[in-house]
Design a protein around this ligand. Structure first.
Ligand SMILES: [Zn+2]
Length: 72
């Protein structure tokens, strides 16, 4: 069974595309960028909600990078 969806308008660029799922909102061209934007927003909200955890996560990330650089 292959469900076909009505062509939709991309909510980002407005072009018509064949959705790959019922919840698809973006055309294939916009999808990667739309996902990146959503991640950015999530990260921003998360940082605002919990600055202490964000500091800790950044510190760990820096240390991890230093270790990787040292190994390289
Ligand atoms: Zn688009």
């Amino acid at each position: 069974m292959s469900a076909t969806f009505q062509p939709k308008c991309c909510t980002r660029c407005g072009s018509t595309f064949e959705p790959t799922g019922a919840a698809a909102k973006f055309c294939p061209e916009c999808r990667p960028e739309a996902v990146r934007e959503r991640v950015r927003r999530n990260v921003a909200a998360w940082r605002k909600a919990d600055p202490e955890r964000d500091r800790e996560a950044r510190r760990r990330w820096r240390v991890g990078r230093k270790l990787r650089d040292a190994q390289a």
